[in-house]
Design a protein around this ligand. Structure first.
Ligand code: FEO
Length: 171
């Protein structure tokens, strides 16, 4: 059984993951509006991945015999100055999510909740990947600067991303 404090924190994390999905959907729409469809495709992968994260937390709370309470998802930003501004925003956002996951681990340790601590290790590893992939694209966009052909090459590379939702049993 989850303790109340942990239950509240995990419920808040479900909201944060849903917000991430919402934010990335807004970014996808931005990329579609400027016809960078490869970047839009990459964002769609992010949208689905964040929903997957939210469901993973949702399932865990339920498995621990606790009730999920869904909160309001705040409105995400809708406009950015450039593709670089979007990916810098993603990197900053993912660093913030990493801090949130680390805070959850700290709480699990303080509460001696070993099951939650163990569950969170998947997210600790995931955040390393999340920051690395956003950071890599930020670096590439900085190298590209105003070179349109470089931007189209990167867009074509990001068009190849495929995210497949893991089967229900693995969520
Ligand atoms: Fe769910 Fe991108 O962290």
């Amino acid at each position: 059984m989850l303790k109340k404090k942990m239950q509240k924190a995990l419920n808040e994390q479900i909201n944060a993951e849903m917000y991430s999905s919402y934010l990335y959907l807004s970014m996808e729409s931005y990329f579609r509006s400027i016809s960078l469809v490869g970047m839009a495709n990459w964002m769609r992968g992010q949208v689905q991945e964040e929903l997957f994260h939210a469901i993973k937390f949702y399932n865990f709370v339920g498995e621990r015999g606790a009730r999920v309470e869904l909160g309001t998802i705040r409105k995400p930003e809708a406009d950015w100055a450039s593709p670089l501004a979007v990916f810098e925003h993603i990197l900053k956002h993912e660093r913030m999510v990493t801090d949130m996951i680390n805070n959850l681990v700290d709480l699990a340790i303080a509460e001696k909740d070993h099951a939650t601590r163990n569950f969170l290790q998947w997210f600790v590893a995931e955040q390393v990947e999340e920051e690395a992939s956003a950071g890599e694209i930020v670096d590439k966009l900085k190298l590209i600067k105003n070179d349109t052909s470089g931007l189209f090459l990167l867009d074509a590379e990001l068009a190849k991303r495929v995210f497949t939702m893991p089967p229900q049993g693995e969520v």
